[in-house]
Design a protein around this ligand. Structure first.
Ligand SMILES: [Fe+2]
Length: 323
């Protein structure tokens, strides 16, 4: 039993102090997926993202025309004192950081471009974006995304088209690839970008969501972007299908969070095959949080020691004076 990985304890889903540590350890040091270039083709619309309390803006400053333009895409933080980095993959996916305290894109997502370069992400136009709050920790939603054990009973319609029998998750450096059916490589492809972004190609269209954390550990904001090349009617049909899946997940997460907050669920053991995606991302969070905690503790100890040296000297001096 010792070789089996345990979940993060419930306290990690309910603590404000832990979130602040996660913010410094995970969010400010990661690359975040903003969207395929088709999200930014409306020149009059500045697209704004608020990720872990940092506001990032994307503008397309190229001259207005019918084609897809990537040259004018400009990414910056709303606070001009905050310096960030951005990266556009050759296949048309835009990523950004929330600080300059991150590794370079190729190191962070090692091997990702080899995978995404097989797909042209400039083909599906952006159709709709929606956003709303949920009563759950960001990890409660990612836990659910990273496994499909719950699919059969939570998503009956989805499971009819993508039977969980074949469902598999492969973990890479800071990203996971899900496959609903290995024989259909272009359909049922789900990508998870550590820590909070996803890209999902299924049901004839493409969607992306972000689970945005808030200082309240039990509250997150869901943001979804939908892409589709079909007529309005076909798009609405696709939208209905994928929204159904998202609503089912949302309800599951709010209930799971209630159990975490009430102490109904403490921690458990992860299925090494069916929950390898959960294991992968939770261990990454744990590793980064521990690392951050240790770095901050060392820095604090050094500050205390430095402050104590003069005090010690003064103390000795006083002792000598008394003698
Ligand atoms: Fe789900």
């Amino acid at each position: 039993m010792n070789s089996l990985t345990r979940t993060l304890p419930a306290s990690w889903f309910c603590s404000s102090a832990l979130y602040q540590l996660e913010r410094r350890a995970v969010f400010l040091k990661s690359w975040h997926f903003l969207g395929p270039v088709t999200r930014f083709q409306n020149r009059s619309e500045k697209v704004t993202y608020e990720i872990a309390q940092v506001t990032v803006i994307v503008e397309n400053r190229s001259p207005e025309h019918d084609g897809i333009d990537i040259d004018g895409i400009t990414v910056y933080a709303e606070d001009e004192n905050t310096k960030i980095k951005s990266h556009l993959t050759p296949s048309g996916l835009l990523f950004a950081t929330l600080s300059e305290d991150t590794s370079n894109f190729e190191d962070f997502f090692e091997g990702l471009e080899e995978l995404t370069n097989k797909v042209d992400f400039t083909k599906l136009p952006h159709r709709r974006s929606i956003s709303y709050e949920g009563n759950f920790n960001w990890k409660t939603m990612i836990d659910g995304f990273q496994e499909c054990l719950h699919c059969q009973y939570t998503h009956p319609t989805f499971s009819k088209f993508y039977p969980p029998t074949f469902y598999s998750v492969t973990n890479h450096k800071n990203f996971s690839q899900h496959m609903a059916d290995p024989s259909k490589q272009s359909d049922g492809l789900f990508l998870y970008f550590f820590p909070i972004c996803t890209l999902n190609v299924y049901g004839g269209g493409m969607s992306s969501f972000r689970t945005l954390p808030s200082p309240k550990p039990g509250v997150s904001r869901m943001e979804f972007d939908y892409y589709h090349a079909g007529t309005d009617e076909v798009f609405e049909e696709y939208f209905k299908f994928v929204r159904q899946v998202a609503i089912e997940d949302f309800e599951l997460c709010e209930k799971a969070q209630e159990n975490l907050e009430r102490g109904v669920y403490g921690e458990g053991i992860l299925n090494p095959v069916k929950e390898n995606g959960v294991q992968f991302y939770q261990q990454r969070v744990k590793e980064l949080v521990y690392q951050q905690h240790s770095t901050e503790k060392t820095a604090k100890d050094e500050r205390i020691n430095a402050a104590q040296v003069p005090a010690g000297v003064v103390g000795e001096g006083k002792a000598i004076a008394v003698q």
